[in-house]
Design a protein around this ligand. Structure first.
Ligand SMILES: [Zn+2]
Ligand SMILES: [Zn+2]
Length: 158
């Protein structure tokens, strides 16, 4: 995300934009644009998918929402705009917040190590969510599974 804090003209909060913002904020599951579209149609039955995409982008640009690109998957949106991390389930693809902070310390070490002027960082955690862990231990029949999977694995069924 850009942090230039310049004088961008204020975004007019139309009924559609407000509905989109509130929908994303009400769903901490980090919905994709398609999911937001499905949810927001309960309030605005005539809204088009194009309008949803365009306005989500705009809201993210203005820092009212956060856009998450995770492991090459579909773009998702987050009502939380503060710096935080995410963990994605390698099995079902759900995305959750990770309540830890590392932030500036990490960036300073990277700066020292590389000589770059570090402008930000991305950390992606991957693993098995609670539900998938439960399902795995139920379905386990002596099949060997080795350790944690790394990032870049394929997303499961949506
Ligand atoms: Zn899962
Ligand atoms: Zn989040």
């Amino acid at each position: 995300m850009k942090k230039d804090g310049g004088e961008t003209p204020k975004l007019r909060m139309t009924r559609q934009r407000r509905a989109l913002l509130e929908t994303v904020e009400a769903h901490p599951t980090h919905p994709t644009a398609d999911e937001v579209y499905r949810l927001v149609r309960r309030r605005l039955p005539h809204i088009s998918l194009g309008t949803v995409y365009r306005n989500l982008e705009l809201l993210a640009e203005r820092g009212l929402l956060r856009k998450i690109e995770f492991g090459g998957g579909q773009m998702r949106f987050d009502g939380r705009t503060d710096q935080h991390y995410h963990v994605q389930c390698t099995k079902c693809g759900r995305l959750d917040d990770v309540a830890i902070t590392a932030g500036s310390r990490l960036e300073r070490s990277a700066e020292r190590a590389t000589g770059y002027e570090i402008q930000g960082h991305r950390v992606e955690f991957v693993g098995l969510c609670g539900q998938c862990r439960t399902a795995r231990s139920r379905g386990r029949k002596g099949r060997a599974s080795s350790g944690t999977k790394r990032a870049g694995t394929k997303r499961g069924c949506a």
